[in-house]
Design a protein around this ligand. Structure first.
Ligand code: ATP
Ligand code: MG
Length: 430
């Protein structure tokens, strides 16, 4: 992508309404634009990151055996009346009337709709287990939308739903998802802290929240510090679930089962939440299957959510410096930028064009060919957090050199022009 063709309106000044760093950086780097309270347009740079996160989440869901479909954002009130949640859900639900006076709503979650889809087609235990997911926008009319995309009113969620014949089988599905969540967050470059949680309006008996650590987190977490040591090659869900971990309103120091020096207290951001809720929805919405004795039994269900749009903000909270965002490589909007400091110099242009032609078929490249000051070029590339930067200047090119900068450490070194493609390809294919 040539920067001169791209649409990435960067700002120098911090907008007054942005209280936390991720919100400030997302606006300054031109990732999002507020449309109304808690509702955002995703500009091209923001959309690239959102899609990259979405794809990692999708890949881990698919690997864990979940199957993707897509349900609508607008739902009929009927199913919610059947489940009993239409009145229960309260003011967070955006209720709408269509032109013929029918009550519809913008879905805040999808237990009702998916249970209805399931019950329309599945009748036998032989078709179980099933695990279905979608990645779709949700709307919750939050009392206090704030922190940009972290607590929006419209937000993107991956939500899936498992269907099993028995509680025992449902717990197996639950633990599979628990493992998929840990893998997903590790791949996003995050350390997930998993905590037993309250089930809230979804209902049910078993639930875990996944939080990531960040100073600006809304929750205070108390947990066994060993919970941070996860071996990505061998995820032991049983062991992870056995560690002590609680949010502040569930933590009672006098009853805390672990030693003080083993206890860590830190702020966290909730990025995922999973539930096992048994037959709560299947009974009300008629999701019954025949078991091997010919009896009709309600299926046991779980639901699992990841806040994809919230993750964009949460990752920035966890990974930035005073210059801007530091994207982990696999979610960066572009992996490499080629920064031509002297667009009018023929040699610089030749070298930059040549890199662009060779690299852009293999990687997501941002070619900064804009007609603007050197200072702006360098600071914009740092602000938007491009992991590897190839900086091309007149004097270096004469010596057959370019500067190679790693955003993670802000270290840069001069390398020979002939080595660039090799070095960059090696770094990225690690
Ligand atoms: P919270 O406790 O933060 O209000 P929740 O418990 O109501 O969230 P869930 O119903 O568990 O949320 O939704 C699953 C995931 O969706 C959450 O873990 C979070 O990552 C994301 N999410 C929930 N509400 C919002 C929101 N208003 N804006 C952005 N993401 C959200
Ligand atoms: Mg939750």
């Amino acid at each position: 992508m040539k920067f001169s063709n791209f649409f990435s309106p960067t700002l120098k000044n911090v907008p007054a309404e942005a209280e936390i760093i991720s919100h400030q950086l997302m606006i300054r780097s031109g990732m999002i634009k507020q449309s109304s309270a808690g509702i955002y347009s995703w500009l091209p740079l923001g959309l690239r990151v959102l899609k990259n996160i979405e794809n990692i989440v999708r890949d881990e869901q698919n690997k864990a055996g979940a199957v993707e479909l897509l349900m609508p954002t607008i739902q009929s009130a009927d199913l919610w009346i059947k489940s009993g949640r239409y009145n229960e859900y309260g003011k967070e639900m955006l209720r709408i009337k269509d032109r013929s006076g029918r009550e519809i709503l913008y879905g805040p979650t999808n237990e009702e709709l998916i249970t209805d889809i399931f019950q329309s087609y599945v009748n036998s235990y032989k078709d179980l287990p099933k695990n279905l997911y979608h990645i779709q926008w949700k709307f919750r009319d939050e009392v206090r939308p704030r922190f940009g995309v972290m607590r929006g009113r419209e937000f993107l969620m991956k939500d899936n739903y498992s269907f099993d014949l028995s509680e025992q089988d449902a717990i197996i599905s639950y633990n599979k998802m628990f493992e998929a969540y840990i893998k997903t967050f590790l791949r996003l470059g995050l350390i997930p802290i998993s905590l037993r949680a309250e089930t809230g309006p979804i209902g049910g008996s078993l639930s875990h929240e996944f939080q990531i650590l960040a100073k600006t987190g809304e929750s205070t977490l108390y947990y066994d510090k060993d919970l941070e040591q996860i071996d990505p090659t061998n995820i032991d869900t049983k062991k992870l679930q056995s560690y002590y971990a609680a949010v502040d309103d569930l933590h009672d120091q006098s009853k805390c089962p672990i030693e003080k020096n083993q206890l860590k207290i830190a702020k966290g951001i909730e990025v995922g939440h999973i539930f096992y809720f048994g037959t709560k929805y299947s009974e009300k919405l008629g999701a019954f299957v025949q078991n091997n004795k010919g009896e009709n039994v309600p299926v046991h269900m779980g639901s699992y959510g990841i806040g994809i749009s919230r993750l964009v903000g949460a990752i920035i909270e966890a990974s930035h410096d005073d210059k801007g965002i530091i994207w982990p490589l696999n979610i960066a909007p572009f992996k490499i930028s080629i920064i031509n400091l002297m667009i009018d110099d023929e040699n610089c242009k030749k070298v930059a064009d040549n890199f662009y032609n060779q690299l852009s078929s293999k990687f997501d490249i941002l070619y900064d060919d804009r007609d603007c000051s050197i200072g702006k070029k360098l600071s914009d590339n740092d602000l938007i957090g491009i992991p590897y930067q190839i900086i091309i200047g007149k004097r270096d090119v004469k010596d057959n050199l370019v500067e190679f900068k790693v955003r993670q450490t802000n270290e840069s070194k001069k390398i020979s022009i002939d080595e660039v493609i090799n070095i960059v390809s090696k770094k990225i294919n690690l």
